[in-house]
Write a protein that binds this ligand. Structure first.
Ligand SMILES: Cc1cc2nc3c(=O)[nH]c(=O)nc-3n(C[C@H](O)[C@H](O)[C@H](O)COP(=O)(O)OP(=O)(O)OC[C@H]3O[C@@H](n4cnc5c(N)ncnc54)[C@H](O)[C@@H]3O)c2cc1C
Length: 340
């Protein structure tokens, strides 16, 4: 990818972050909004080199960035095992469920009709169909993430990755300060299937991750003792001083494409139907929501080539039909991560 494209994409993702932030501030939404820097930590010396490169790239594009060496990283995150890290600001954490519920009420007050628990079973250029009703519409945005192939012919191009999140019982406040001695941050590490963590407003440790097998599993596994063990061992190894009691654990599926860029654009035969899938993150999802409106009503097509739903991927459909969807996605995704 050219530097110019990379910069436009970064700005696009950041616009999603700012959309969510301005909604929260403009409507005084209570969703545990907390400004926190983002911190990437290296679990190997080799990955620290990659982070150093990332830091230099950020500086090259005039983006703020702090590099933390093995000697200084412990003043940022209290663990003896990280090889260094990169942090940057202007990011925040929220309780996304509360945010969504508040947005729903705001939209309803504006007259938007919202129907939950009423799955769409078919889409046509005239509108959508549910079990009980048909809705006619001039424009239709289908934003069903990994479930898009249930409604449109993208079964080769959209799959999912599974991740798990665990929440500890609330910790005494001094432990939050012990974990992030300088100020609270949102962390993730450089492992291939990465771990991510932060403290909540009520001082629970949130820790997420998976392993290779579970990540590409065809189904979400509600009860997964293997991942529980892996994640709790991670916390115990990296943050041995935290007296953690795990209270909650849940899985979730995140839509992805083979090149890890989202799929967004108009249906090739019906330009009033617009698909969004594989956003892989709330900033992307928010930015793509805006982009879909601009595409349908203002003909904005600046990033269409990158998001094109009908683009070709490295592993073509014919090979995928032989090696299977899981393998095709795993190979493509790791190839893409390696090339970034
Ligand atoms: C455990 C977990 C942790 C995550 N943590 C983070 C994080 O820390 N930060 C971050 O940025 N992202 C995170 N993500 C990813 C993020 O949640 C998703 O990438 C994002 O929600 C995608 O947004 P979306 O609007 O495209 O799809 P979704 O939020 O998945 O919304 C799609 C909606 O479509 C509905 N739907 C599907 N099929 C139909 C149908 N036929 N008819 C009607 N409705 C339908 C679904 O019910 C769903 O409500 C996490 C995901 C998981 C699972």
């Amino acid at each position: 990818m050219h530097g110019m494209d990379a910069q436009r994409i970064w700005e696009f993702i950041t616009s999603g972050v700012e959309t969510i932030r301005s909604n929260i501030i403009d409507h005084s939404i209570e969703c545990q909004y907390q400004e926190k820097d983002t911190l990437m930590v290296a679990t190997t010396q080799r990955s620290f080199k990659k982070l150093t490169h990332e830091h230099e790239t950020r500086l090259h594009y005039n983006l703020k960035s702090n590099l933390h060496s093995k000697d200084t990283i412990q003043t940022i995150i209290n663990s003896p095992y990280y090889f260094g890290g990169v942090s940057y600001g202007n990011t925040f954490s929220i309780k996304a469920f509360d945010y969504c519920r508040a947005m729903k009420q705001i939209l309803q007050k504006l007259g938007v009709q919202i129907y939950e628990e009423s799955p769409v079973i078919a889409i046509s250029p005239q509108g959508i169909k549910t079990e009980a009703a048909q809705v006619f519409a001039q424009n239709i945005i289908v934003a069903t993430d990994y479930q898009l192939p249930d409604l449109a012919a993208f079964s080769y191009d959209i799959y999912h990755v599974q991740t798990f999140l665990m929440a500890s019982a609330p910790l005494p406040p001094e432990y939050a300060q012990m974990l992030f001695p300088e100020r609270p941050m949102m962390g993730w590490d450089t492992d291939l299937i990465y771990h991510y963590f932060r403290m909540t407003e009520d001082n629970r440790l949130l820790l997420g991750g998976a392993d290779l097998f579970a990540t590409y599993s065809p189904y979400a596994s509600g009860h997964n003792p293997r991942i529980f063990k892996q994640l709790s061992n991670y916390a115990h190894t990296y943050f041995p001083y935290l007296p953690l009691q795990w209270e909650y654990m849940w899985p979730g599926l995140i839509g992805i494409t083979k090149d890890l860029f989202p799929l967004a654009g108009k249906d090739k035969d019906n330009p009033n139907i617009y698909y969004i899938s594989g956003a892989a993150g709330l900033p992307w999802a928010a930015a793509l929501g805006n982009y879909a409106i601009e595409a349908l009503y203002d003909n904005n097509n600046q990033l269409d080539a990158i998001f094109d739903p009908y683009r070709r991927f490295l592993v073509p459909h014919a090979i995928q039909a032989v090696i299977g969807t899981r393998l095709a996605f795993a190979l493509s995704n790791f190839g893409q991560v390696g090339s970034l």
